[in-house]
Design a binder for this molecule. Structure first.
Ligand SMILES: [Zn+2]
Length: 178
């Protein structure tokens, strides 16, 4: 693990940025690096995954069927979109998008956080109600009572759901000009 401390932050320009690079060797995925930056002054943070070998754009689809499946390993890069079609949810890549190495449970936790924020801060009561319903569904998913599909699409190919039941397809990358 490499750490660089007290680097200049691109946002607040204070020398409070910590850079971290961790190396992972993940079965059926290969060697990859988790790079992250965090500023102690302004809370700016970015993280991303880069794998050693060049990978093709891919779509990974996994059906969560029971509690055990929560432990299935997930690699998600900053370019990936994570979708849970049954909950009509997706997290798109963006400036705040992060790369991480986690498991299905971790992916669901991230969705949960977003929904909880909506439940607690939305002005519109219908939005709050919808968020509460989504949370109820997510609890069922976490208890293994509701099977659900999780889809990760990554034009950089640096994402994966690592299980033998995962369906891996080539992802057609949309032309930026069309
Ligand atoms: Zn900063």
């Amino acid at each position: 693990m490499d750490i660089l401390k007290n680097r200049p932050c691109p946002l607040c320009h204070k020398n409070k940025l910590t850079l971290l690079e961790e190396e992972y060797d993940i079965p059926y995925f290969g060697k990859c690096y988790l790079m992250s930056m965090k500023c102690e002054n302004c809370d700016y943070k970015v993280s991303d995954i880069e794998s050693e070998e060049q990978k093709d754009p891919s779509r990974h689809t996994f059906e969560l069927k029971n509690k055990k499946d929560l432990n299935v390993r997930v690699v998600k890069s900053g370019q990936a979109t994570v979708k849970v079609p049954a909950l009509k949810m997706s997290v798109e890549p963006g400036p705040a998008s992060e790369g991480y190495i986690s498991n299905i449970e971790g992916v669901l936790q991230r969705f949960k956080k977003i929904i909880e924020q909506e439940r607690d801060s939305a002005e519109d009561e219908d939005v709050r109600k919808a968020a509460k319903n989504l949370l109820k569904k997510l609890w069922k998913v976490e208890l293994g009572e509701m099977p659900i599909k999780i889809v990760i699409e990554d034009p950089s190919g640096n994402s994966a759901i690592i299980d033998k039941r995962t369906v891996v397809e080539k992802l057609k990358v949309k032309n930026a000009n069309s």
